[in-house]
Structures are given as structure tokens and as C-alpha cells.
Design a protein around this ligand. Structure first.
Ligand code: 5AD
Ligand code: SF4
Length: 432
């Protein structure tokens, strides 16, 4: 989401006549985009500002902070660092050009942490996108879930869904411009609930999100991925839509966060272990092999070693294709910050590595099961390790490396897997 925000901000800036330069050493204006899901995000931005100031040696640029840290800390950022001229919240990105102008003209500190205003639409020009083949398309901003540990509802505000017609127009024009893959993104994509059903007429589906999936599939875009799905709202119709449409990719990211009912309740996730496992069952019993990935938080306040064991057993049951593990990090202002962060750092580290090793072993078996199978890969560039190898992602969102050359970039190829590594697969292009 932060990458998508930067793309939107850059679009607005270039439209207003700004030139975007690659280095903070020559820029007149330096804007830091920030995330605050875990601690020390504001410290990081202060450190980076310090580095820029030092490198500039007196010739200081206008410095701005945008994103979650800006939204949450607001004008307190000015008190922490007198170098900051501009604070721009998560939904004020479109006003960046005029805010920069005000800061430079008035020589005063400028802040805007207001919401989006009428007529501000999600618009990103292709030159600002992170890839010429893969595009992020936000479908919903913000979050209404208020999980007890999470800062996102405070930093990004309430859920706001884009109207489907706008999303579909964007996907169609990306397709015309040669894009091969879109990622429909949002904190909770399957909570998608637009104010009008414009654009979804004629598409079947039990929820607006599964209608949207079918509508996006009908644009003919080659590959469609979506992330993140919220377990409570994960309707089996999503699996049905994936089965009906080959271009809806066979990958679901469904964060469990914990395997213990007591911890899930304290996290206010709104589901129990059994409810989560039912969703997983629907995904795993699909006739397409749908890859499943998840997020887990270890060391939530009061998490006992037995409760941690329940998470391990959940991970064993789910057979994830990939897992992101996070140590609980107290976020001021969230309900969980009122609970004692009483799992010691040492214990958190130990649980972290226990789970990491556990997952690595399971993942090893899953990855090996791909040997001899064929996967569809969108070629994205040269592999970092060898310049005779190319790299890309499969439809099941695994990193695939294989011998090839730059002429293949942007194309879809069939790769037969010959070898499984810890976090990637290796193979050869299938000869027709
Ligand atoms: N501490 C640790 N991990 C967190 N996440 C969100 N908030 C916190 C927190 N306070 C993790 C969750 C979420 C992922 C994006 O970040 O696992 O799914
Ligand atoms: Fe945070 Fe929960 Fe919303 Fe995800 S669903 S962004 S974890 S509050």
C-alpha cells in the first residue's frame, strides 16, 4: 500500500510540473513516505532525515514526511525535528504539490492530515509504477476491524471502497498498455463494499468482492492477484470465482495471527481457530491447487507457551506455502497497549526462531512437491544471483528462477521445476 501511495504522490507531483530525481543529494524537496505497523518507524525517519542533512552540508532541502507516521504524529513531528517543513497524512497525498508550494513560499511549517476530498480519484500514471508489467490497483483504503494490537485503523482511517467502474477502467487501460498482472490491494480486500454497484451489474457473486473478482477477470487481464484477505469475511465464493477463471491466480494470503482462541479473542480478530480452519479447508479442497500464505504474531501480551504451541499446531495443519512472522510490537493508542507487554524479548526471539524453523521444514516439503511440475511464470528480470538466470513469480506467487535472457522480460513462460530452494524454485523453460 505504501508503494501504491508513493506512485500516486509521484503522479500528482509530475503533473504539477515537478521533476522527480533519484537522489536526495540533488533534490530541492525530499519527501519520506512512512509505515508504522511496527515500532520505531518515526525513529527511522528521524535517522534518515539526519543522514540527508549531513550529506547536504548546510544546503538543506525542503523536507516532508508523508504516510502513517505523518498521520499519527501530526504536528508533534515539528517538535521532534526542526528540519521538517511539511507533514502530509495518508489521505492528503493528492494535495502534495500545493502543500510543497506553501511550505517553500511561506517558509513556515505546513501540515495536512485531512481526508480525501470530492473529486480526488486514485490515478497513477504508468511511468510512476514500480514495474512495467505488474501493477498495484488499490480497491479499498483504510480498515474498520480494530484488531487490538493494530495501528492501521488509526493511521489509515475507515474503510473506503473504490467504485468498481473506476477499478475496471484502470485494469482495462493497464492491459492495453501491456501490463500482464494486477494486484488488487487493500488492508482487507474481501471487505470491499462500494457505495454503488456500478460496474458490477451482470456479474454473479455472493459478496461485492467476489463480483468484483469476476468482473476484473472478464477484462481479460492475464494474471490477477489480490491481497490481503480477512478470514472472517472470506466467503467460499472467492474460491469458486478462482475455479471459474484461470486468470484469477491460485494464491490466497489469509493472516491467522494466532492458533489460540484465547489470544485471538484478546486480539479481537472476530473468529476462532475452527472458523479459520474452515476457510482453509475451502481453499485446500479446491480443484485448483491454491497456494496459501499467512501472517503470525508471536508474543502477544499474555501469550503462554501452551498458546504458542497452539499456533505451531495451526501452522502444521495449514501447510502454508509461506509465512510472515512478527514479534508483537506495542503500538501506542491501540487497545492492546493497555495490556502488559509481558512476554520477554528473549522469549519472543526464541518463539520466533522455533516457528521459523518449523515453517521452514514444512515449506521444504511443499516446495519439493513442485519438482517435475510445470508453473506459469511472468518474467520480471535478471536473477540477483546469476546473470544467466532470469527471475519471476508463478501464478501461485512463488519466486521462480531459470536459465534465460532479457528478451524474455514481460512475457509469460512455462517452467518445469527441477530444484527446490528454501524460498524459491529453480527450473527450465518447457520446450514446445
Ligand atoms: N505488532 C506486530 N505485528 C503486527 N502486525 C500488525 N500490527 C502489529 C503489531 N502491533 C502484523 C500483522 C499484520 C501484518 C501486516 O503486520 O501480522 O497481518
Ligand atoms: Fe490491522 Fe486487523 Fe485491520 Fe489488518 S484487519 S489492518 S490487522 S486492524
Amino acid at each position: 500500500m505504501n508503494v501504491a501511495d508513493s506512485e500516486r504522490a509521484s503522479t500528482k507531483l509530475r503533473e504539477a510540473g515537478y521533476e522527480l530525481v533519484g537522489s536526495s543529494e540533488s533534490a530541492d524537496v525530499v519527501i519520506f513516505n512512512t509505515c508504522s505497523v511496527r515500532a520505531r518507524a518515526s525513529q527511522k525517519v528521524f535517522n534518515r532525515i539526519g543522514e540527508v542533512r549531513k550529506a547536504r552540508n548546510g544546503n538543506e532541502p525542503t523536507i516532508g514526511v508523508m504516510g502513517c507516521v505523518a498521520q499519527l504524529e501530526g504536528s508533534a513531528l515539528f517538535d521532534h525535528s526542526s528540519s521538517i517543513n511539511l507533514v502530509v497524512g495518508t489521505t492528503a497525498t493528492d494535495r502534495l504539490p500545493s502543500l510543497i508550494e506553501s511550505a517553500r513560499e511561506s517558509q513556515r511549517q505546513i501540515i495536512d492530515v485531512g481526508g480525501r476530498v470530492d473529486g480526488e480519484l486514485w490515478k497513477v500514471s504508468n511511468v510512476e509504477r514500480h514495474s512495467p508489467y505488474v501493477a498495484f490497483v488499490p480497491i479499498i483504503e483504510g480498515c474498520n476491524k480494530f484488531c487490538s494490537y493494530c495501528i492501521v485503523p488509526f493511521s489509515r482511517g475507515r474503510e473506503q471502497s473504490r467504485v468498481a467502474t473506476e477499478i475496471l477502467d484502470e485494469v482495462r487501460s493497464l492491459r492495453e498498455d501491456g501490463y500482464k498482472e494486477v494486484h488488487l490491494i487493500g488492508q482487507n480486500v474481501n471487505s470491499y463494499r462500494p457505495l454503488t454497484s456500478a460496474g458490477l451489474e451482470g456479474f454473479s457473486g455472493t459478496t461485492p468482492f467476489s463480483k468484483l473478482l469476476r468482473a476484473v477477470a472478464a477484462t481479460g487481464m492475464n494474471r490477477i492477484k489480490f491481497t490481503t484477505s480477512f478470514p472472517r469475511d472470506f466467503h467460499p465464493d472467492i474460491v469458486a470465482a478462482i475455479e471459474e477463471n484461470k486468470n484469477l491466480c491460485n494464491w490466497v494470503h489469509l493472516p491467522a495471527q494466532s492458533g489460540s482462541d484465547r489470544v485471538l479473542r484478546a486480539m479481537r480478530r472476530g473468529y476462532k481457530r475452527e472458523d479459520y480452519l474452515r476457510r482453509v479447508d475451502a481453499i485446500k479442497s479446491s480443484r485448483r491447487r491454491i497456494a496459501l500464505t499467512s501472517d503470525i504474531i508471536i508474543g502477544f501480551p499474555g501469550e503462554t507457551s501452551e498458546e504458542f504451541e497452539e499456533t505451531i499446531s495451526l501452522v502444521a495443519q495449514c501447510q502454508y506455502d509461506g509465512l510472515y512472522i512478527f514479534k508483537y510490537s506495542e503500538r501506542p493508542g491501540t487497545p492492546a497497549s493497555g495490556l502488559a507487554d509481558n512476554v520477554s524479548n528473549r522469549e519472543k526471539s526464541s518463539r520466533f526462531s522455533t516457528l521459523e524453523i518449523f515453517q521452514k521444514n514444512l515449506q521444504g516439503v511443499i516446495y519439493k512437491s513442485y519438482i517435475g511440475r510445470e508453473v506459469n511464470v511472468l518474467v520480471e528480470g535478471e536473477s540477483a544471483k546469476s546473470n544467466s538466470d532470469m527471475t519471476g513469480h508463478s501464478t501461485c506467487h512463488k519466486v521462480i528462477n531459470f536459465p534465460g535472457d532479457m528478451t524474455m522480460v514481460g512475457q509469460e513462460v512455462s517452467v518445469t521445476i527441477t530444484e527446490a530452494k528454501a524460498n524459491s524454485l529453480y527450473g527450465v523453460i518447457k520446450k514446445n
